[in-house]
Design a protein around this ligand. Structure first.
Ligand SMILES: Nc1ncnc2c1ncn2[C@@H]1O[C@H](COP(=O)(O)OP(=O)(O)OP(=O)(O)O)[C@@H](O)[C@H]1O
Ligand SMILES: [Mg+2]
Length: 343
């Protein structure tokens, strides 16, 4: 797993205090506090309607809060929007490129809007297209791009002004796994360059991949926050992932572990996709007993690892409900989510 905080310092790039935003009866943000240290990635995790986009829009000065304060790179989001916009980049939840224009034109135009001289804007467009592997598609209208190419163009666009702080609102929602990986790689490279990132997501895996710290939001409120590993450790015990060298031994291995009678050992689950058996363990003694028992039965293992609980499980235990992306839920559950949002 990649942790990207090599640039981290004690300096704070984003400070949010008591942020409130209401839409009629809806409390989109209901007193949010958070801090993002310079050079780190803060993940803001929450289900549909949690208030993530509202937060990003306030932090990028697109809308104003009803109460509370926020500063980004030292600028107050309400009182210093002009200075603020010069030091931030924003990739919205919905693609913001001009469909009719070719990729290169999109980037050049944004460069010019940011007051870059023509020559600089040209060079920057070339450089960013190269970097985001879009050079071959530079002259084609963005409407002909795939979803992943568009998202990469979006990311490139947000980098034109060399932002110190980058806001990414659900950068990979709706992308296939391969394209998602491409976007993650680019985000990691940006962070490698020293950019501070606040990223909203509904994907546990995304937060684990990119963020070192996490703020969990639900219905406009922060329900948990801290280092990802700490949050996970707080919520539950470890699991042992045991993979037999011979996949045919998966079931016999699970049965054997269940029948071992190791004191307090919870039931195993079989993960056929990854060819392994998961055993929740509470102590190092149990871990040793499992290894000993497997060896005694003569089962050859190809790997054995310990895992902390997934962020999905963390969310469930913090909120009492699952944080599922719409495409991961049944239509009924999605409908329930929407109703909750509307209340
Ligand atoms: N312009 C608006 N007018 C009225 N209600 C709004 C507006 N913008 C947001 N809301 C409401 O505020 C709440 C938070 O919305 P927000 O878009 O910030 O959530 P989100 O976490 O970004 O959700 P998603 O994951 O679906 O993008 C929701 O209940 C939403 O319906
Ligand atoms: Mg949103």
């Amino acid at each position: 797993m990649t942790r990207i905080d090599k640039n981290s310092s004690d300096a704070v790039a984003v400070t949010v205090r008591g942020l409130v935003k209401h839409y009629g009866e809806t409390k989109a943000l209901d007193g949010v506090d958070l801090e993002v240290r310079e050079g780190t990635v803060m993940g803001v995790l929450g289900p549909n309607g949690a208030g993530k986009t509202t937060l990003v829009r306030i932090l990028s000065s697109l809308i104003q809060p009803d109460a509370g304060q926020a500063t980004v790179a030292g600028y107050d989001v309400v009182r210093q929007p002009r200075q603020l916009r010069r030091v931030i980049g924003l990739t919205g939840q919905y693609a913001s490129v001009d469909e009719k224009l070719p990729g290169w034109e999109n980037l050049y135009m944004i460069g010019r809007l940011l007051d870059l001289p023509r020559k600089t804007a040209r060079a920057r467009a070339d450089e960013l297209l190269e970097r985001f592997s879009l050079t071959d598609a530079a002259k084609r209208p963005a409407s002909t791009y795939s979803g992943g190419m568009r998202r990469r163009l979006d990311l490139a666009a947000s980098m034109i002004g060399r932002p110190a702080v980058l806001f990414l609102d659900e950068p990979t929602t709706g992308l296939d796994p391969r394209t998602r990986n491409e976007v993650w790689t680019e985000v990691k490279r940006m962070v490698g360059d020293g950019v501070t990132v606040l990223l909203t997501t509904q994907y546990m895996e995304e937060a684990e991949q990119l963020a070192s710290e996490l703020t969990v939001v639900d219905r406009g409120k922060v329900i948990a926050g801290g280092a990802i590993e700490e949050l996970k450790a707080k919520v539950g015990g470890r699991s042992l992932r045991v993979r037999p060298a011979d996949p045919l031994l998966l079931r016999p291995l699970a049965v054997a572990l269940d029948e071992l009678g190791i004191t307090g050992l919870a039931a195993t689950t079989i993960d056929t996709e990854r060819g392994s058996v998961l055993v929740p363990i509470l102590s190092d003694e149990q871990l040793t007993a499992v290894v000993g028992a497997v060896t005694a039965r003569g089962i050859t293992l190809s790997s054995i690892t310990t895992e902390l609980p997934s962020l999905d499980e963390v969310f469930l235990s913090l909120t009492g409900h699952r944080a599922s992306a719409p495409q991961d839920t049944t239509p009924d559950e999605t409908a329930t989510d929407r109703q909750e949002v509307a209340v």
